[in-house]
Write a protein that binds this ligand. Structure first.
Ligand code: SF4
Ligand code: SF4
Length: 140
């Protein structure tokens, strides 16, 4: 669909917000398709809770959901980082393939060449940890 967009956000919230069914409302009321990438959901006095989520939805509903987050006191930041694949550095060792949850990094068979589809990448960084040649990097 043309007005569907994909975004990655870092949500941070205080202890008081944890009990609220925020994810439920985002999914039910704003039709967000939510994939939780990272979570630290036990905030204490000093530390805020944190969620990194990849979201798909209609542009207007994403916008409305973000307004809802503001109303309930959840801060959000778009993840401004982008993953870049350097074809020159890649040795096609395939170490990253099983780590990539979305198939953004995949193998073309039978040539066994690795390829990168930026549209599928959710910037989870899992491939960065396993690539021995630093062929995948974050661009800030
Ligand atoms: S960051 Fe790496 S592992 Fe994560 S989705 Fe993108 S290509 Fe796949
Ligand atoms: S782990 Fe690195 S070098 Fe190996 S296939 Fe993936 S991107 Fe290429």
């Amino acid at each position: 669909m043309r007005d569907m967009i994909k975004k990655t956000f870092v949500l941070s919230f205080h202890q008081a917000t944890v009990q609220q069914p925020i994810a439920y409302h985002l999914i039910k009321d704003y039709n967000w398709i939510v994939n939780i990438l990272r979570a630290r959901i036990t905030p204490n006095q000093e530390e805020k809770g944190m969620l990194v989520i990849a979201v798909q939805g209609k542009r207007q509903e994403i916008h409305d959901g973000l307004e809802y987050l503001t109303r309930v006191g959840v801060n959000y930041q778009p993840l401004a980082q982008d993953v870049v694949w350097d074809e020159q550095k890649c040795t096609h060792c395939t170490a990253c393939i099983s780590q990539c949850p979305t198939g953004a990094l995949s193998v073309i068979r039978p040539a066994m060449e690795v390829t990168f589809d930026k549209e599928k990448c959710i910037a989870c960084e899992l491939c960065l940890k396993v690539c021995p040649y630093k062929a995948v990097m974050m661009r800030i």
